[in-house]
Structures are given as structure tokens and as C-alpha cells.
Design a protein around this ligand. Structure first.
Ligand code: GLU
Length: 315
């Protein structure tokens, strides 16, 4: 029997969902539904200091407003901490991780090479000589430490949208944190454990996450799991070509909705930006299923201008 296909929507409730998030969710949802695949909704809420109370509920309302659906109840990462810990233990037993006492500023001070925004500076390997057994001594000394994965390589991968991708090891950040010193799992570990255990076969996300993918593939390989198919799609940017932010005006989905914008109008605008419609016109995600083509999406960032927003009744 062929494996069941499954995609996912994975909002981080660190703030409000905006038009850029909506475009990625729409693509991810259509990629799954157009193949008859399931879709799960996973709240990525482990990044505790940045999580905003109420943002998870708001994200669910936003997704429903857009007309996207999912199978089963939302899955919440903070209810799965024991799973991540079990996998960290496996990595410790395999000697693939080491305790690291470096602080962010230690690493920033040691960094010389330019680095990918998402990944932080390249880790210089200061603690790489440590072994799993050193963790006990550090704990006894009261030294906080993170767990870092020994990333000896940066595996190339085939991206369903971008084609062949290879991220230089220096750009993907070198040895990476899988467990933070504050005692919680890092994104790289949680996302791999979740996608693998939840049977996710289609990962469609923003191309800002490309430098994370080689790291995640290393984790899949170490754990003996099959990686999903990855497609990284361009982000939405403002008129200055920079990632959507406050300076580009209020592009929160809740703000559009409160201003009376119809979800179908926004979906139509996004569908046009993806090359599935000749012009922006109201349409639902379900109506887009037969029109969806990943290859029609332009390979440049999607520029959201005030004029485009005015066109859907938002100014
Ligand atoms: N939760 C992440 C975000 O909202 C997405 C992570 C992923 O798709 O792997 O940016």
C-alpha cells in the first residue's frame, strides 16, 4: 500500500498571523488537498518567552476565516514534551549530542562569517570536545547548558519547488541546539519528531527555513526516519523588498477581517500572486484545488503593495 499522504499547517503563536503567513498556509493546504492528502494543524508553542497568550486561538480563527480546514483536533507541541525528551535521550545514547555552555553573546562574539538570519551565527565548536557524560558534572556545578547536535555535514536535498539545494555548512550554522539551556526542546528537534510521528509527508513552508532543512535531514537520518518531501516557497515582502513587518502597515489577518475584507477576496489576491488566477477575484480555497500548481508560483518574493490591498477593500 502506498504511504498515506499528509500535509500540515504549523503556526507559531508568537504573534498575530498576517497576509504572508496566509499565503504559505494556502499553498501548504492546497498542496495537500490537491493530492487528496490529509492535513494536520500543529501549534508550535514551545518557544516559551515569545509565545503570546491567546495567539493560538487567534491563529485557529484566522485559518478558519480563510476557509482552510484540517483533520482532527489541533495538536499542541507543549503537550508533547515527553516525546521530545525521549528522542533527545536517543541522541544522547548515540553520542550525537553534547552539552554546550556557550551563551548567545559568546557565540556572537566568536562569529566572523555572515550567517543566515534564522540560524544565528555559525557555532564555532567551543564545546564540541565535551561528551554526554560531562552533563552530570555541569549540572552538579549548577552550570546551565544546552544540547547541541554534531552536524558534521550539511546534506544536499531536492526541494519540490526550488530544485537541488545545498546549504553551505557555515550558512546552516554548524552544530545546532536541539535542547535549550532553559530546559525546552528547540524547534529543529520538535519539528522533526512531530513530522515523523504524525506521518507528515509534505512539508511546505517559507523559504526562510531553507537553512534549517539540512539540519532536520541530519536528525531524520540519525533517527532512522524517512524525511518528508520539502517545498520552500517565497515569502511575502513589502514594497521595500523586506519581509512583512509593522512598518508595512497592519497586515494582520484579524485587521483585514475587522475592516470588512472578505476572506475570498484575500484568497483571490493570493491565488493571483501564485499564478493560479489571471486577476485577483474572490474565490475559496476549495474552489482553487483544481487550479493549484506548485510550479506556477513565481520564484521571487511576493510583493504586497498598498494598491493590492486597496483592491480587496483594505486601506
Ligand atoms: N512554526 C513555523 C513558523 O510559523 C513553521 C515551521 C515549519 O514549517 O517547519 O514559521
Amino acid at each position: 500500500m502506498p504511504p498515506t499522504l499528509r500535509g500540515r499547517l504549523a503556526p507559531s503563536p508568537t504573534g498575530a498571523q498576517h497576509v504572508g503567513n496566509a499565503r504559505t498556509y494556502l499553498i501548504a493546504w492546497l498542496a495537500a488537498r490537491s493530492k487528496g492528502a490529509g492535513v494536520i494543524l500543529r501549534m508550535e508553542d514551545i518557544d516559551s518567552p515569545r509565545i503570546k497568550p491567546a495567539a493560538a486561538e487567534q491563529a485557529i480563527d484566522d485559518l478558519r476565516w480563510l476557509g482552510l480546514d484540517w483533520d482532527g483536533d489541533p495538536i499542541v507541541q507543549t503537550t508533547r514534551l515527553a516525546r521530545y525528551e525521549a528522542v533527545l535521550d536517543r541522541l544522547k545514547r548515540q553520542d550525537l549530542v553534547y552539552p554546550c555552555i556557550c551563551t548567545r553573546s559568546d557565540i556572537a562574539a566568536a562569529a566572523s562569517a555572515p550567517h543566515a538570519e534564522h540560524e544565528g551565527p555559525n557555532y564555532p565548536g567551543t564545546c564540541a570536545h565535551r561528551s554526554v557524560a560531562d552533563a552530570g558534572t555541569l549540572a552538579a556545578m549548577g552550570r546551565p547548558f544546552a544540547w547541541r547536535f554534531r552536524a558534521n555535514e550539511s546534506p544536499p536535498f531536492v526541494d519540490e519547488f526550488c530544485g537541488d539545494v545545498w546549504v553551505d555548512r557555515a550558512q546552516s550554522g554548524g552544530d545546532f541546539v536541539v535542547w535549550k539551556s532553559a530546559g525546552s526542546p528547540a524547534y529543529q528537534l520538535a519539528v522533526v519528531v512531530d513530522d515523523a510521528e504524525m506521518g507528515v509527508t509534505e512539508v511546505i513552508r517559507g523559504d526562510d527555513l531553507i537553512p534549517s532543512t539540512p539540519r532536520q535531514i541530519l536528525l531524520y537520518q540519525s533517527l532512522g526516519w524517512t524525511p518528508p518531501r520539502f517545498a520552500h516557497v517565497p515569502l511575502v515582502v513589502g514594497e521595500d523588498g523586506r519581509r512583512l513587518a509593522k512598518r508595512h502597515g497592519d497586515t494582520r489577518l484579524a485587521a483585514l477581517r475587522d475592516a470588512g475584507v472578505k476572506a475570498e477576496s484575500l484568497i483571490g489576491l493570493l491565488a493571483w500572486s501564485c499564478g493560479w488566477l489571471e486577476k485577483p477575484e474572490p474565490i475559496t480555497p476549495t474552489e482553487l484545488i483544481p487550479l493549484y500548481r506548485l510550479e506556477a508560483i513565481p520564484h521571487r518574493p511576493c510583493m504586497l503593495t498598498p494598491a493590492l490591498l486597496r483592491g480587496i477593500g483594505y486601506s
